[in-house]
Design a protein around this ligand. Structure first.
Ligand code: RB5
Length: 149
């Protein structure tokens, strides 16, 4: 799989570890930065990865900041993106199985590297259950400003 990855300044070390982990599993990883530990604005890196996912330049994306919240919110502002902000492996699995999330966010200040690997594994290895597509269609309508009731 071709995976985009991005992060802010507090998640550089976590990003490098997850990138190496993904590559060790045979994935191709495109790194959208940052590699700097100077204060960086997470929306920039969340948007870079999200735009690559939306444009199908990568298959899916992983974004990391302190909590995962800011960079996940940024990703979700890009049309076509469903980014799950997770800190437990069950939610990460369900984010694909029920919500078909094309991006995963987590916090370098929230989870340790072993839990982060579990989040990534559960999300990447899960399969979307098609019966949930009707709800994703409603989310798309909502995003377009259409009535859904
Ligand atoms: C940076 O201090 C921090 O706010 C950022 O990494 C992230 O946690 C925001 O959601």
């Amino acid at each position: 799989m071709h995976i985009g990855i991005g992060n802010d300044h507090v998640a550089v070390d976590m990003k490098l570890l997850i990138k190496a982990y993904l590559e060790s599993k045979g994935h191709t990883v495109t790194d959208f930065g940052t590699d700097s530990r100077e204060p960086a604005n997470y929306p920039i890196y969340g948007a870079r990865v999200a735009k690559a996912v939306a444009a199908k330049k990568v298959d899916c994306g992983i974004v990391i900041c302190g909590t995962g919240i800011g960079i996940g919110l940024a990703a979700n502002r890009v049309p076509g993106i469903r980014c799950a902000i997770c800190s437990d492996p069950y939610s990460a699995r369900m984010a694909k199985a029920h919500n078909n999330c094309n991006m995963l966010a987590f916090g370098a200040r929230v989870v340790g590297i072993e839990v982060a690997k579990m989040l990534v594994d559960e999300w990447l290895n899960a399969t979307f259950e098609e019966r949930h597509q009707v709800r994703l269609d409603l989310l798309e309508k909502l995003a377009k400003g259409e009535e859904i009731e």
